[in-house]
Design a protein around this ligand. Structure first.
Ligand code: BG6
Length: 463
């Protein structure tokens, strides 16, 4: 086991969103490359060009007093084909990134999968195909073998809830499906792959800890009635429990299974797979927190999930209705929201952390937290007081939860620098450092970068 690390004050990125170099040095195509190219949408071909500028970026993190960097590995950069041939240039790139982190005193905190599935596996059915789970585990094994001498923190997946719901239920992410039966199948294959990955990590006696990163959205109800409480349970199962119970306790929530079993075919779940899930639980939970989910009882209509991917110009009314289960309240008059309609609600993080800790008794890392805004890259530093206020209030919420007993061990701001925001493009900026996407990709610190740097310095002296 590791000696206990200091509290991590870091920031985070993901391979597709920041690296660029989409077809350089042997990298294979990912499903996001194919999907965005075919749809002629803004893409991550260049993104923040982190592939070429990683050293400058990591040095900036160190100048900002950050002691951990959460990033992901691009599977198609590392594995060339379905046969599993390794792209040495890809492995060497990540090896250099890890070495740069260590040189600058930064803990590399590595996510194995942040959504960029190789297209050659999407061509075989993506997460609907159990063979993809096996291939993912072989990919993970290569990463442990080649980087495990220097990496001590691993996450199996980033946000299964988000990429499965978006890709297989809502259809706004690749592969663009909206079919609950298929979504259930993909969800199960992902959670099974995660457990197999934990098994390989343990069997290989690799150093360090392995966890999973979840898009955490604590559920609140509009009132205290029985109907609302039932709706809250459905929402919690949908938003949170199928990932956290499965990964941390090795159990898919039994009421969720019973309910799904009435409507869908679950015969594809074998008892052997359920045993692997039960026997291989994670060491920690990574929670990405952007907002809570406020719910009311289901009243009418088909399952319908419409989310804002374009900010203020979004024309449709966002809505989340899960037939017979719950409806999400997105326009409560008291809500303070961003231009994308995301509620700013730090107290959800305090209560949520306590709840998660009390349920699972595992160490927790807040692996993402941030605010996406359209910003002018016109001054140095870029004035982003709202981001400071957002981070300050959320960090205060974390401290309050820790004070009340939650075992939180790190905070990662999303994002280290501006990057590509999936369907929103580069216009939706989250970075502590600005990136001049229109000209030369120059890095320009924002005020929040300096605020975070000084905050970390004060925290380190206080420790
Ligand atoms: C998280 C993801 O869901 O939210 C990130 O892990 C993502 O990859 C972030 O960028 C913010 O979402 P968006 O859609 O605003 O970029």
């Amino acid at each position: 086991m590791n000696a206990r690390s200091p509290f991590f004050w870091g920031s985070a990125t993901a391979s597709y969103q920041c690296e660029g170099a989409w077809n350089e040095a042997g990298k294979a195509e990912s499903l996001w490359d194919r999907y965005l190219h075919e749809a002629h949408l803004e893409n991550g071909d260049v993104a923040s060009d982190h592939y070429h500028r990683y050293r400058e970026d990591i040095e900036l993190m160190a100048k900002g007093n950050q002691n951990a960097y959460r990033f992901s590995l691009s599977w198609p950069r590392i594995i060339l084909n379905r046969e599993g041939d390794v792209n040495e240039a890809g492995v060497e790139f990540y090896s250099r990134v890890v070495d740069a982190c260590l040189e600058f005193g930064i803990e590399p905190y590595v996510t194995l999968y942040h959504w960029d599935l190789p297209q050659y596996w999407q061509d075989e059915g993506g997460w609907l195909n159990p063979a993809v789970a096996d291939a993912y585990v072989r990919f993970a094994r290569v990463c442990f073998d080649r980087l495990g001498d220097r990496v001590r923190y691993w996450a199996t997946f980033n946000e299964p809830k988000w990429f499965v719901a978006s890709g297989y239920l809502i259809g706004n992410y690749p592969p663009g499906l909206n079919d609950p039966q298929l979504a259930i199948r993909a969800a199960f294959n992902v959670m099974y792959a995660s457990a197999c990955c934990v098994q390989v990590f343990r069997d290989g006696r690799f150093q360090g800890e392995i966890g999973i990163v979840h898009s955490f959205s604590p559920v609140d109800g509009i009132d205290e009635t029985l109907e609302t409480r039932i709706a809250m349970r459905y929402a919690d199962n949908y938003c949170n429990n199928w990932i956290m119970d499965t990964a941390a306790k090795g159990e898919i929530p039994i009421d969720l299974l019973a309910d799904l079993n009435k409507r869908y075919d679950l015969s594809f779940m074998s008892s052997r797979q359920l045993d692997v899930i039960a026997d291989n639980t994670v060491d920690f939970l990574g929670l990405n927190y952007y907002s809570r989910t406020l719910v009311k009882p289901y009243t009418r209509g088909e399952t319908s999930i419409v989310v804002n991917n374009t900010g203020a110009s979004f024309k449709e009314k966002p809505r989340v209705v899960l037939k017979d289960w719950f409806e999400q309240v997105l326009d409560d008059p008291g809500m303070e929201v961003t231009a994308w309609g995301t509620e700013i609600y730090p107290d959800g993080l305090r209560r949520g952390l306590l709840d998660v800790y009390n349920r699972y008794h595992l160490p927790i890392y807040v692996t993402e937290n941030g605010i996406g805004v359209v910003e002018e890259i016109n001054a140095e530093p870029i004035d982003d007081e709202y981001r400071i206020s957002f981070m300050r209030s959320h960090i205060e919420a974390i401290k309050a939860a820790m004070h009340e007993g939650a075992d939180v061990r790190g905070y990662f701001a999303w994002s280290s620098f501006d990057l590509y925001s999936w369907k929103n493009g580069c216009e939706k900026r989250y970075g502590l450092i600005g990136v001049d996407f229109d000209r030369d990709l120059r890095r320009i610190p924002k005020k929040s970068f300096g605020w975070y740097r000084d905050f970390i310095a004060r925290e380190s002296t206080a420790e």
